[in-house]
Each structure stands twice: as C-alpha cells, then as structure tokens.
Ligand binder design. Structure first.
Ligand code: ADP
Ligand code: MG
Length: 287
C-alpha cells in the first residue's frame, strides 16, 4: 500500500503542473545533492533569433539564409525553427517538396538530400565530420554552419534569452540544500559560459553530445543523489541515468516524457525548488 502522505505530495504537485511518477520518486527527491540542467529550453527560452548572417565569399546573404531554411525545414529543433522564421520574414523560403531524405544528427544538426544535392546545417562538429572546415565566428551565439555538396556557404548566428525565472530557480535549489549545480549542454562553451556565469553555476560542461550527458552527470557524484532537468529534445539517456530525471515543457519529446520521473508541464524552472519543497514536506506526514 502507498502511504497517504505520498498521495498528498503527488496531488499537491500536480495542482502546480508538476507530475510525479510515484512515491519512490518523492523519496529520491529528498536526497538530491547535485542538480544538472540542460541550457536550451530549460534555463533559456529556447526561442532563438537570428543575429547575424555571415556568407562565405561569393555567396549572397539571402542565398545562405534560404539554403539554411531549406535544410532545416523538416527539423523541430529550436535553432532550426529560428532559421525558418527568419527566412519566412525575409520572404525567401524555398519549397521543400523536393527533399528526398532528411537525417537529424543529435547534438550536431541536419543532413538533407535533394536529388543529387546534399545540404548540411549544424554546428562545427557536423561540418568536421563531413570533412568541411567550419567558418570561424567571433559573434556570441549559437552558430549554424551551412554547406552544399561539400562547400561551405557560410554561417548564421542565432541567440537565445535567459528565462526570467532562472535566477530565482537556481537560488531556490541552493536554498533547498543542493550543493552542486551544473549546466550540461550540447551548445558550444563560448555561448554557454555567460549563462552559467550569470546564474553562478558551479560547473559547466559544454559541447556535449546527447550520449555524453549521462557520463558527465555520473562524474558529478553518486547518481542516486542527482537531479537532471532537460527540455526533452535528445535528453532521454541522461534522464534515465539521473537519480531523478525531470522533463520540462510537457509538450517536449515523447521519449523524454516517458523516461522522466517528473514532468513539469509549464516550462517554469521555478517549479524545481517547489518540487524539492513538496517532497521534503511530504515525509513529515508519511506514517
Ligand atoms: P542543448 O544541450 O543545449 O539542448 P542540443 O543537444 O539540442 O543542445 O544541440 C546541441 C547543438 O547541436 C546545438 O547547440 C547546435 O549547435 C547543434 N544542433 C542540433 N540540432 C541542430 C539543428 N537542427 N540545426 C542546427 N544546429 C543544430
Ligand atoms: Mg536540449
């Protein structure tokens, strides 16, 4: 039988849009010492804006943007959506009906075929894995490198904003006794560092592939005392490894929602200290 206190805690949480999958999760939540958070969509809005279009020589800016949008047209990654929105706003969207195949490479980008043309859109690692030297970009932001048939067309810089509730969420976690707070992100370090510094996080691990996140979490301490929080996209392996895996934004990837121990429906990181508070309060009424 489940002690009544568990129902109380789970019910109180669900009224705040926090779904806790069972009493054992509440128990684990009381012993969290380490919190690791994904950046994009978790601490930041996950809604990017195009800040710069940097074509290679001989390429027009609109050609670069239109090609990037075509490559990204079948991707739901927040970076892809920002590129597509910018192309729509500039009225330069190319019909994507001719796409014959699209491969999403987790943590890197997309590879698209249109007849005998291959388009790449993604980070420097994606370019390097196809033998293409990426463009060096000094403007802060996440960089989408774009290539066509092995030739670099240029780079597009997109940037994201911190969620307004992120600072209070981090302070609240510390208040609840979480002694180590880390950011684990697939984004490049230059882009992640200002966010980690502003939130006074203890540890930043950047340039991680989705499959590297679980190992990075394990390096932070005994996993049973760890909480991982992600927006779902590509985060299923680390959600499964964490003592408690939390998926934020209930409309995220289905696999993540299924794997997670806790689902936060409303995207608000301030729910995290609330979650720990509810778990702690629940123990006192379990009999
Ligand atoms: P995070 O850990 O910040 O949520 P992801 O694992 O989703 O990041 O992605 C890591 C990196 O991979 C991104 O910062 C981006 O450089 C690149 N990336 C992934 N998917 C795409 C895409 N569709 N278009 C462009 N870049 C992408
Ligand atoms: Mg993510």
């Amino acid at each position: 039988s489940i002690p009544l206190g568990y129902f109380g805690g789970i019910g109180a949480a669900s009224r705040r849009g926090i779904l806790i999958k069972g009493g054992a999760v509440l128990d684990s939540l009381r012993d969290i010492r380490v919190a690791a958070l994904d950046k994009t969509g978790t601490l930041t809005e996950g809604v990017f804006e195009v800040n710069a279009v940097l074509p290679a020589s001989g390429i027009a800016p609109n050609e670069l943007l239109a090609t990037a949008a075509l490559a990204e047209s079948r991707s739901n990654h927040p970076i892809a959506r920002s590129v597509i929105r910018a192309a729509l706003a500039a009225d330069i969207v190319t019909d994507d009906a001719a796409i014959t195949s699209m491969q999403e490479v987790p943590g890197k980008g997309v590879v698209v075929s249109i007849a005998d043309t291959t388009l790449l859109a993604g980070n420097a690692a994606l370019m390097e894995s196809h033998g293409i030297t990426p463009q060096v970009v000094t403007i802060p932001g996440s960089v989408v490198q774009v290539a066509q048939n092995g030739r670099l067309l240029g780079a597009i810089v997109v940037a994201d904003r911190l969620k307004p509730q992120s600072p209070e969420a981090i302070e609240g976690l510390r208040h609840m006794g979480v002694s180590t707070i880390a950011m684990l992100t697939g984004d490049r370090e230059e882009q992640a560092r200002p966010v980690a510094q502003r939130l006074k996080l203890d540890i930043l691990k950047a340039d991680l592939l989705p499959e590297d996140k679980a190992g990075a979490l394990e390096a932070l301490g005994p996993v049973k005392h760890t909480l991982f929080v992600g927006d779902g996209i590509n985060d299923a392996p680390v959600l499964a490894t964490a003592g408690v895996g939390v998926a934020m934004g209930g409309l995220g990837a289905e696999a993540a929602i299924e794997t997670a121990d806790v689902v936060i429906l409303d995207d608000n990181p301030a729910r995290l200290p609330e979650l720990l508070r509810i778990a702690r309060r629940t123990r006192t009424i379990v009999w």
